[in-house]
Unconditional design. Structure first.
Lengths: 253, 199
């Protein structure tokens, strides 16, 4: 931990931070230290709750109608987004595990659909050989793992080519899933290529499937490193090893 | 699905008057994957969420992106809403505020904010009832803000609407960190009491 002002905050100082904490004005080591304190201080938790409700008043006072297209986009995105399960205190009994095929992921319908779409997008379901099927099932499990990861973060960005990109990324799984809607279809065999971006360097992360009915199916990209963002460029058929065009979207993660 | 108002006698937290209870019910349904409930929740949340984000982020295109992230986050994490820990609206607005400040504090957003000229967002016509309701809320909040000392008011609005960290607020107001900390807390206590937040 960094030495300095932050570590010298005393108990009394911590208690006084309720206000700035409730307004999200606390950052860095102060924030970590305060949150640690908060769990052991029920009166502080109570005060934070009251202040958050007060903040809601400040928020409602500036309510404003969003642009008309937002509703449709949010509802469409929700229909293809897996929901987090509730936090259940006890671990499920071991006997509930399916005994017959331990490697088959137990997926909810939505995840299964997304996973299958991703598997198709990745071109792994191209033949009925056992090898291909195993590969597809491995992909399904990876997609499910990213979507269900506790640290999964969701980001939505407009692209300069039109449409939006939706990314679910998990640092703990070193992977992300990207899908898009409203991207124009490309001519002449060109492709949308995905990159992991860190500073000035870009690493190949895969090719987006061709848009169908205005959408690209979810693509699973592995190899995400800490501090990476992602970007999409338009590249010649088959993709390239380095981006040759300006990204149509950059998503910091 | 049930979207009708629940009688006000329902026990539990109360932030501001209005149809808080049924928003909580809607979220319970949303957590079970009920898309119709999510549509109803969207209609209740879109204006507060977008309004707050636009206040903090300012750039209309970025505000829309963040609003979409937040509303999707509501869908995705509805199962984590716990009525015991606060009101449904506050659960959502806490997510919205955090996402908005995350956006303005990220370096890329800083550059975009500096180089981009903001255009007024296209504003859709409001429902009359909603508009009246939010105008009343707005007036009440404004009069409560007016009851604060100048330093309390500036500290709170710079932190909440401006998305500034508290060292940044201290620097903007040329005031010691410890003073800002105290003024924010004292100001919030006054606001809370003035607005009649019961928690």
């Amino acid at each position: 931990m960094k030495l300095g002002r932050h570590v010298r905050l005393g108990r009394h100082d911590l208690h006084g931070l309720t206000g700035v904490y409730a307004l999200d004005a606390l950052t860095g080591p102060d924030l970590d230290q305060y949150e640690h304190h908060l769990h052991q201080c029920p009166p502080c938790e109570n005060e934070v709750r009251g202040f958050r409700e007060t903040g809601t008043g400040l928020a409602l006072a500036v309510a404003a109608s969003p642009p008309p297209g937002l509703r449709e986009r949010v509802l469409a995105a929700a229909s293809v987004t897996r929901q987090l399960p509730p936090e259940v205190r006890q671990a499920p009994p071991a006997r509930l595990r399916p005994a017959r095929s331990p490697w088959l992921p137990r997926l909810a319908a939505a995840v299964a659909a997304a996973a299958v779409a991703a598997a198709v997008a990745l071109g792994v379901v191209q033949s009925s050989t056992q090898h291909r099927l195993d590969q597809a099932q491995a992909e399904n499990r990876s997609v499910a793992a990213v979507l269900a990861a506790p640290d999964a973060r969701l980001a939505v960005r407009r692209t300069t080519a039109g449409g939006v990109a939706t990314v679910v990324a998990s640092q703990s799984r070193h992977a992300l899933i990207i899908s898009t809607s409203g991207l124009p279809a490309l001519r002449g065999g060109k492709v949308y290529e995905l990159w992991f971006v860190s500073g000035q360097t870009a690493r190949r992360a895969g090719l987006l499937p061709a848009p169908a009915a205005g959408r690209t199916a979810p693509l699973l990209a592995s190899g995400l490193a800490a501090g990476d963002g992602v970007a999409v460029t338009v590249e010649p058929a088959g993709g390239t090893s380095h981006p040759t065009t300006t990204p149509i979207v950059v998503v910091p993660l | 699905m049930s979207t009708q108002d629940v009688p006000g006698s329902r026990p539990g937290p109360r932030a501001l008057p209005g149809r808080e209870a049924d928003l909580a019910e809607l979220l319970t349904l949303v957590a079970r994957g009920d898309e119709a409930a999510f549509e109803a929740a969207y209609d209740r949340l879109a204006r507060p969420v977008f309004g707050l984000i636009r206040k903090v982020v300012r750039d209309p295109a970025q505000s829309e992106e963040v609003a979409q992230e937040v509303l999707l986050e509501v869908w995705r994490t509805a199962s984590r809403f716990d009525v015991v820990r606060g009101s449904a609206m506050t659960w959502v607005m806490t997510i919205a505020h955090r996402r908005a400040v995350d956006r303005v504090r990220s370096a890329s957003a800083e550059t975009q904010r500096e180089h981009k000229v903001s255009v007024a967002a296209a504003v859709a016509p409001d429902g009359v009832a909603e508009a009246v309701e939010s105008r009343l809320d707005a007036e009440r909040v404004r009069s409560c803000l007016d009851s604060l000392t100048e330093l309390q008011r500036q500290s709170i609005t710079l932190a909440y609407y401006g998305g500034y960290t508290y060292p940044e607020v201290a620097s903007l107001l040329s005031t010691a960190l410890g003073t800002i900390k105290t003024r924010v807390r004292d100001g919030l206590i006054r606001m809370r009491d003035c607005m009649g937040v019961s928690w």
